[in-house]
Design a protein around this ligand. Structure first.
Ligand code: NAD
Length: 547
């Protein structure tokens, strides 16, 4: 097979597998799906997102992983070390088919949940508002890339107005094409005028502007305009390959990065310091301000700005209460490639978790608004008329869905998906995974585990235990990584994926994995002294020895 940069990868679709097991087939298709041009940021360089996060170490490594998955027997497990396949061992049929460790040197729906919670906690006047908790609110942010591109849609799904800056016009254009972003404004002032007016009119609309985020904030300060909500998702975790300093165009930045990397990093750090200073100024003027997991505050602190941590990270501010209940980003993919399979799972999920089971604004009601918000024709979904369902925004790569559900819910949903496969209601197996940003799988002191009650922010025994629990429970593949989201030195985290292929064995694995994995979040937060987690422990009969 060719190993040149011009290759275009797309996962096979359909019900025929080329590997011995659906678990290995799923691993292969998901690896390929990561490099689908609809999904990856720079597929030619194997880069999926985050500036330099790669699907495999090299094209040779990619080919070797695929070839190995195809030849592996049902009781074998492949080991992948930082994107390179390094060995195959004989295990057993319930063991993971792949084990992964990345970079261990010494995220749309999570965004929706974060903005929803920001609205619920800060804007009481929107309580119970069917259109969302951000109606009439101006939300300003930067970075419209792989993850950051979810922000405009997440704000509008919650009823708000979003103004987003990116230095790279192609990133904004891509989100415009995908219907994640609604409009492009011509210049900073025009974008501010449009956004302020739209918020006044209570328009759920997102406006992109080609600009450095720092320049946008500087101008807002000058014009004395304060957003209601302020955050940022430029790739600040990487001062060289991610973040772009002010004073240079995007193209000039690219040239400077190559010709004088030290000077580039110096300018980048200065801009990040300025960026955080502006955010703190706007916070003091009344903007609800939070760090969106890119380590921007740490960079500003490193550059000498002592007040850099004046605003909180998004996890302690809006996500931790959900982590205490084992809630987090549950997601699944239809290996058939047929969007109808996802509509079927959507329909069954809404039946399984009825909106009326909770008060307006409850987690179930939020789940319904989210799933229905993903559909261009929600009435067809509610009627179970799958032929007439259509996505509101295009699927990227294999059809997939994500939603936040918790301990006691994820296993039910997973087993139900397995039954849908078994009964032929969906046409091929379903792959179930989650984000690394989850309740019990991460040690990341500037993000998921920032400001833990008991000071255990940096204890990475938890993600290690999480990985081991998932191995023991029979996940289809398990990974352990270093550096996700906030950069090397700032996080360690574990991931798991389990395949529902309709068999009884898969049902047992799905039930175990999707119970034990979120339970790690309850263990972790009970141990750290969170009352919400204690409540969940009692409600769900979670076995914690010293309680
Ligand atoms: P990305 O590299 O795909 O996109 C970053 C975007 O920021 C690019 O489009 C780039 O042009 C733009 N940019 C860089 N500097 C800029 C500046 N000064 N002004 C305006 N635009 C600028 O990265 P991504 O995948 O979107 O992730 C963004 C950040 O969020 C990363 O630091 C990542 O680690 C972090 N992250 C957070 C979460 C989370 O859950 N909160 C999840 C994943 C990633």
């Amino acid at each position: 097979m060719s190993t040149t940069a011009a290759r275009e990868i797309r996962a096979p679709r359909g019900t025929e597998k080329t590997c011995a097991t659906w678990q290995a087939e799923a691993a292969m298709r998901m690896l390929m799906n990561n490099l689908d041009p609809q999904v990856a940021e720079r597929p030619e360089d194997l880069v999926v997102y985050g500036g330099r996060g790669k699907a495999a170490r090299s094209w040779e490594a990619f080919d070797a992983i695929v070839a190995t998955l195809k030849r592996m027997k049902a009781d074998e497990t492949l080991l992948v070390q930082s994107g390179k396949p390094v060995g195959v061992v004989t295990t057993h049929e319930d063991a993971p088919r792949v084990l992964i460790a990345n970079s261990n040197l010494g995220i749309l729906q999570g965004t929706y949940e974060t903005f929803a919670e920001a609205g619920v906690l800060n804007f009481k006047e929107n309580a119970g508002n069917e259109a969302g908790s951000l109606v009439g609110k101006l939300c300003v942010t930067g970075g419209c890339g792989g993850m950051g591109g979810a922000q405009p849609l997440s704000v509008t799904l919650n009823g708000g107005t979003c103004l987003i800056a990116d230095v790279d016009l192609t990133r904004l254009q891509r989100r415009l094409d995908d219907n994640y972003l609604d409009e492009l404004a011509d210049g900073i002032d025009a974008s501010i005028d449009r956004a302020v007016q739209a918020a006044k009119n209570k328009e759920a609309v997102s406006i992109g502007v080609e600009a450095n985020a720092v320049d946008l904030l500087a101008r807002m300060i000058e014009r004395d305009i304060t957003p209601d909500v302020l955050t940022d998702q430029t790739s600040a975790h990487d001062a060289l390959v991610g973040y772009v300093p002010t004073g240079v165009t995007f193209e000039e930045a690219r040239v400077l990065r190559e010709s004088d990397p030290d000077e580039y990093v110096r300018r980048s750090m200065d801009t990040m310091e300025q960026h955080v200073r502006h955010m703190v100024t706007l916070q003091k003027r009344g903007a609800v301000t939070f760090d969106y997991g890119n380590n921007l505050r740490q960079r500003a602190l490193d550059n000498g700005y002592e007040d850099a941590f004046a605003f909180p990270g998004f996890v302690p501010a809006y996500i931790r209460p959900q982590f205490c209940l084992g809630r987090g980003p549950f997601r699944w993919v239809a290996l058939s490639g047929d969007p109808k399979d996802i509509y079927v799972t959507d329909y069954e999920l809404l039946k399984m978790f009825p909106a009326e089971a909770g008060a307006p604004g409850s987690y179930n009601a939020r789940l319904h608004r989210w799933i229905l918000g993903c559909h261009a024709n929600p009435d067809a979904l509610l009627a179970g008329d799958f032929e007439n369902c259509a996505p509101r925004f295009a699927f990227q790569g294999l059809p997939s869905r994500i939603c936040w559900i918790g301990l006691g819910e994820r296993d039910k949903a997973g087993v139900m998906f397995n039954w849908l496969v078994r009964d032929g209601k969906v046409s091929a197996p379903i792959v179930i995974g989650r984000d690394h940003l989850d309740c019990g799988s991460v040690a990341s002191p500037n993000r998921e585990t920032e400001a833990m009650k008991d000071g255990t922010d940096a204890v990475s025994d938890w993600p290690l235990l999480n990985a081991m629990v998932n191995v023991a429970s029979g996940a289809s593949w398990v990974s352990f990584h270093h550096g996700g989201g906030v950069g090397i030195g700032f996080s360690q985290h574990a991931g798991q994926v389990v395949v529902a292929d309709g068999t009884d064995k898969a049902e047992a694995r799905v039930r175990r994995v999707l119970t034990n994995d979120p339970m790690m979040g309850v263990f972790r937060h009970v141990d750290a002294g969170y009352e919400e987690a204690e409540g969940c422990m009692r409600d769900q009969d979670v076995d914690i020895p010293m309680r």
